[in-house]
Design a binder for this molecule. Structure first.
Ligand code: GLC
Ligand code: MG
Length: 583
């Protein structure tokens, strides 16, 4: 069973400087040290030349994960699917998408990963099935128990006019969540695409079916699950209308309403707890000490997100760097203070004994380098990687990959196709799902086929892994170095101070008696800051060595130089990682 994990305690303000220090105890389980690397299966590596990524492609690139230093890969849905929502619309939870390979290929991939000491987690998508799932095909014919696996409603009559039971809207902006089925003379509910039919999580049979799904993949030796769409499982049984939001969007847009009845319902939490218990029981029944973890996906206010920790979720994703809940995809990260606030909000709110999480990118949100600028992307990565907690990285972010521009005609994402040729870029997830850029050969080394499922970003000629490995300095090498620093005792056990410096820089210090401290300085603005570290942190040694400098700091040639702590000049939008030098 899980021992107490990372433990954070807020200590009293230190004597000489007005700092808040968080205590950290060493990770006791492998996943607490994780860098989880999200492999977008469709775009990572094509092994058979059809222009789409596949499992054998991933297996052929295992050395990339090892080189980068990540410890765990996460595979988004690899299951049988009509591919309406890139595989999140699942027609068979225990079969592999034939475009991606076979179950044997999956087993071989897991074995290869384990041989290299890597862990593999997979997406668990319990909110909905595809409308082509056998359960739904039977449900549409009125066959029980399948009919009751879904959420149905007969609608409401206004005189002779039949209408939806309420005003609820789907996440993908195509209007009502209710879809009429003639054969049943009833509507079914879908919180996402009309082809993703919500399961009825008040039905215990659904729970037992989905536990069988978990068991199936546990039998295939996965190391954990990323749990999809956790705020959406249960909808309010009162079916009350949702109120109008203050957003100026049209009435079919998801952001037209406040989602008080369809999101973050209290019934969701015990469901996740039951899955975790099921996984633990499975492990116990096998009589081994394999440790698995789960994490949940949900874009919600902090109180709802933190609550997952109380229900045996190992951690909820920390999405505050990617989304602020507003219409646009992006979180507001305009100032150093915004970043400082995100760090502190999580550390302050997380229950003690739990493990933090930091996410800078995923398959649903604009690329971090596009959102904050390439010249700042190293800095944000270095800072978050060196805070305690699990770091979740989206493939390509380690190269500084940016969004690929796609025209309306080239757009395939279901969330964007329901919008218009003038608004689609606000919603489309295609720009972050284009092929991984391995090298400067055909299709960026992703495929031998010059036509790929989404086009390759034209910048692949210079932005690619091979080039970044060869260069003297690169995003890739910086991120690799920061990941390596996570293997130090000071990263594992050191206290953490996070400071806002002159309103334009975030400073982080990790300290532990007897170990050389790690200091990160991230200057967000376009002017130089000279800092006396004693004004912000207690107990640092007089001299520190520059071990990582961001790509655009102009300090690349200074790596290895030492600096006096009383006066460190941090160039405009420059970031530095320094290691204390013992005297
Ligand atoms: C999650 C996935 C997203 C998907 C949705 C519906 O938000 O990350 O890609 O469209 O769930 O399954
Ligand atoms: Mg639901």
């Amino acid at each position: 069973m899980c021992a107490p994990q990372l433990l954070f305690l807020i200590l009293a303000a230190a004597a000489s400087v007005d700092a808040v220090t968080y205590n950290v105890t060493a990770p006791t389980e492998w996943w607490q040290k994780n860098v989880i690397y999200e492999v977008w299966v469709e775009s990572f590596k094509d092994s058979d030349g059809d222009g789409k990524g596949d499992l054998n492609g991933i297996k052929s690139k295992m050395e990339h994960f090892v080189d980068l230093g990540v410890t765990c890969i996460w595979l988004p849905p690899i299951y049988e699917t009509p591919m309406v929502d890139s595989g999140y619309d699942i027609s068979n939870f225990t079969a592999v998408n034939t475009d991606y390979g076979t179950l044997d290929d999956f087993d071989a991939l897991v074995t290869a990963a384990h041989e290299l000491g890597l862990k593999v987690i997979i997406d668990f998508v319990p909110n909905h099935t595809s409308d082509e799932h056998e359960w739904f095909l039977k449900a549409k014919q009125g066959i029980e128990p399948y009919y009751s696996y879904y959420v149905w409603n007969k609608g409401v009559y206004y005189g002779d006019y039949l209408s939806y039971p309420n005003n609820w809207l789907d996440v993908f902006n195509d209007g009502t969540v209710w879809e009429w089925v003639d054969e049943r003379e009833a509507y079914y509910l879908h919180q996402f695409s009309v082809h993703e039919v919500d399961l009825n999580w008040t039905n215990p049979l659904v729970m037992s079916e989905m536990k069988n799904v978990l068991t199936f993949w546990l039998d295939h030796d996965v190391d954990g699950f990323r749990i999809d769409a956790a705020p959406y499982y249960v909808e309010s049984s009162t079916l009350e209308n949702e109120t109008r939001s203050d957003k100026d969007v049209d009435s079919s847009n998801y952001f037209y309403l406040n989602h008080t009845q369809t999101k973050d319902q209290p019934e969701n939490y015990p469901i996740v707890k039951e899955w975790k218990e099921h996984i633990n029981n499975y492990t116990a029944s096998k009589g081994n000490d394999k440790v698995r973890f789960i994490c949940t996906e949900g874009y919600s206010d902090i109180e709802y997100v933190m609550k997952w920790y109380d229900y045996d979720d190992d951690f909820p994703f920390n999405f505050y760097f990617i989304k602020d809940g507003d219409i646009a995809n992006d979180a507001v990260i305009d100032t150093a203070e915004d970043i400082y606030d995100i760090f502190i909000e999580w550390l302050d709110n997380m229950p003690s004994g739990k493990t933090a999480n930091w996410v800078l990118g995923n398959h649903d949100m604009n690329r971090i380098a596009t959102r904050i600028g390439l010249y700042r992307t190293d800095g944000l990565h270095l800072s978050t990687l060196l805070l305690p907690g699990v770091f979740t990285m989206y493939n390509g972010d380690e190269l500084g990959m940016t969004n690929t521009y796609l025209t309306w005609a080239e757009t395939t994402d279901v969330r964007a196709c329901s919008t218009t040729n003038t608004t689609y870029t606000l919603y489309s997830r295609d720009p972050v799902r284009t092929p991984y850029q391995w090298d400067n050969t055909t299709s960026a080394g992703f495929s031998t086929n010059s036509t790929t499922f989404l086009k390759v970003n034209p910048d692949y000629v210079t932005v690619n892994l091979a080039a970044e490995k060869e260069a003297d300095f690169s995003h890739y090498q910086n991120i690799q170095k920061a990941i390596a620093l996570r293997n130090t005792t000071v990263w594992e056990e050191g206290t953490v101070d996070v400071e806002l410096i002159e309103d334009q820089m975030v400073g982080i210090a990790r300290q532990l008696d007897g170990e050389n401290p790690i200091v990160v300085l991230m200057n967000w603005e376009n002017s130089t800051v000279t800092v006396d570290l004693d004004d912000y942190f207690d107990g640092l040694p007089d001299t520190l060595e520059l071990v990582i400098a961001d790509m655009y700091s102009g300090l690349n040639d200074n790596v290895g130089d030492t600096y006096e702590k009383s006066s460190i000049e941090v160039p405009e939008h420059g970031s530095m990682v320094l290691l204390g030098v013992s005297s």
